[in-house]
Design a protein around this ligand. Structure first.
Ligand code: FES
Length: 314
């Protein structure tokens, strides 16, 4: 759908918030806390950004975008080529990071740009009167995004942990000491940060069902031992060779097949494809271990094959 960038706010030296409103004046589709949208950029890339505002709002979506020094072209494009008043194409909200329906208490951890979905969750928990605390980790005070919103709406619930400010560190054992089964933990941020938080929680006795995390960037798989394999597309005679240096989507698109892709990192699930024969080598973080074990679908943007050939259905 088309939206207009109504306002751009410079939140930190490297993070901007974009307020998006409907281009035709109708209310925007509803969303749940933790949801993200696909943003289709003018340079042809599609990127996912979490919605940060309250899910009770229908007149706008707010996304926060980090101008990433290692940008693969997405964040650089939106920071440099889009201005207030510009039109933007987005997809409808989707949610891979939902608040568990049994949540009666919550603890939220955000690292850096990971505050974006966590902020929306905080609004939701507050409106549902679910007790929560929010721990926000940043390198320095000027890196705190949405500072005004956080202090205005969640004063006593929020704890800022600022790396260059002595005395603001987080005592994880204290923060995690209470883990009744109805308490859920939500974490979003860099991969190492999320691992640190979830490992700390497991050591403190939390169950994996209580832990929920959002992946912005997938851990890079080791591709040095990639081997070529063949894909047969059901209903065609075509045998597509996927070379060691290629992804399956690259090979399929090169041969004229239409495969929807978005994150190209195994995060979003857009490219999930049915596998009829053969054994995939799963490299995504989208599907569960149980879904991987079924071996009846795979994410061709990053996953490969353990067998010499996969027969897929497009
Ligand atoms: Fe996102 Fe494949 S394009 S998982």
């Amino acid at each position: 759908m088309d939206v207009i960038i109504q306002k751009i706010h410079q939140l930190t030296p490297s993070i901007r918030a974009f307020e998006l409103v409907s281009a035709n004046g109708t209310p925007l589709p509803t969303f749940e806390a933790g949801a993200h949208i696909d943003v289709h950029l003018k340079n042809g890339l599609t990127r996912q950004y979490s919605l940060s505002n309250s899910c009770s709002e229908r007149h706008r979506y707010v996304i926060g975008v980090l101008h990433d020094a290692n940008s693969r072209g997405g964040s650089r494009c939106i920071h440099t080529e889009y201005h207030e008043g510009d039109l933007l194409q987005i997809g409808e909200p989707r949610n891979l990071f939902k608040i568990h329906p049994e949540t009666k208490q919550a603890i939220l951890f955000a690292g850096g740009i990971g505050i974006t979905p966590i902020l929306s969750m905080a609004y939701r928990l507050k409106s549902a009167r679910i007790p929560f605390e929010l721990h926000y980790f940043v390198r320095s005070h000027d890196m705190i995004a949405f500072y005004g919103n956080l202090t205005e709406h969640f004063g006593s619930n929020i704890h800022f942990h600022i790396q260059d400010q002595p005395g603001t560190g987080c005592d994880m054992s204290q923060a995690l000491h209470q883990n009744t089964p109805d308490k859920h933990l939500y974490v979003c941020g860099p991969t190492g940060f999320m691992e640190f938080v979830t490992n700390s929680a497991i050591q403190a006795g939390w169950q994996t069902e209580q832990l929920h995390q959002e992946h912005f960037v997938a851990q890079l798989a080791d591709t040095s031992n990639n081997e070529a394999f063949t894909i047969e597309v059901k209903g065609t005679d075509r045998q597509i060779k996927v070379l060691a240096h290629q992804t399956a989507t690259q090979a399929l698109i090169e041969h004229g097949f239409d495969v929807p892709i978005s994150c190209e990192q195994g995060i979003c699930g857009t490219c999930i494809t049915r596998v009829i024969e053969g054994t995939p080598e799963h490299r995504d973080v989208f599907m569960t271990d149980e879904e991987h074990a079924l071996n009846n679908q795979f994410t061709p943007c990053c996953s490969r094959a353990k067998s010499k050939k996969l027969v897929i259905e497009l």
